[in-house]
Design a protein around this ligand. Structure first.
Ligand code: ADP
Ligand code: MG
Length: 194
């Protein structure tokens, strides 16, 4: 299975993915966490561009969207293998991040969807939904996307996905880490019948 956690910066994706792995391990599932951007050379280039201090002006929004799509494809085979086995991939972000983040005046969003068509479809996507004020308080890195207005717009884009996409649910990420995790586990337990 390929399970994706999505949401704006600070929503709790990395925290919840880790806790989910611990729980699934106690249930004897083989699990693997993957994170986007990856540690590939393309992923490292993206991470550098996302830092306010290090971002250069020679990579524009369209180029960034292409880099994200290319970086994502480095995970493709591993995800496909997991989908055909009992292994569970827990992914911190997916192409949905591109749909929601690379969504601005300089980019045709159907083009973003198009350059991502070769990436595998998640079996379940969980959107951790948090308002932008709380999210920004939880952010520590100095990333270009971490502004109230950008996070507000991006959160709205995530909520729109609920109306158009399959196998996608929203979980309120405002409560404590433990409460959010409990809710995620309940949803996954139902799907895995455990
Ligand atoms: P993301 O990966 O979505 O950016 P993180 O999991 O890194 O978010 O969480 C961002 C920060 O917020 C971390 O310091 C984390 O410990 C804290 N955090 C995560 N979930 C919660 C929560 N439910 N309540 C309060 N703080 C949280
Ligand atoms: Mg994170």
């Amino acid at each position: 299975m390929y399970i994706v956690l999505e949401g704006i910066d600070g929503a709790g994706k990395s925290t919840q993915t880790q806790l989910l792995k611990e729980w699934l391990t106690t249930k004897n599932y083989e699990t693997k966490i993957i994170v986007e951007p990856t540690n590939s050379e393309i992923g490292q280039l993206i991470r550098k561009q996302l830092l306010k201090e290090e971002s250069t002006n020679d990579i524009n929004q369209q180029m960034l969207a292409l880099l994200f799509a290319a970086d994502r494809l480095t995970l493709k085979q591993e995800i496909l293998d997991a989908k055909n086995s009992d292994k569970i991939i827990l992914s911190d972000r997916s192409f949905y991040s591109s749909i929601c983040y690379q969504n601005n005046e300089s980019i045709d969003i159907s083009w973003v969807a198009n350059i991502n068509i070769h990436t595998p479809q998640p079996d379940l996507t969980i959107i951790l939904d948090l308002n932008e004020q709380d999210a920004i308080k939880r952010c520590d890195k100095e990333e270009v996307f971490e502004t109230i207005t950008f996070l507000e717009k991006t959160r709205k884009n995530y909520l729109k996905l609920l109306k158009t996409e399959k196998n996608i649910i929203k979980i309120d990420a405002t409560p404590s880490t433990e409460e959010v995790q409990e809710e995620i586990r309940e949803k996954i337990a139902t799907i895995l019948k455990i």
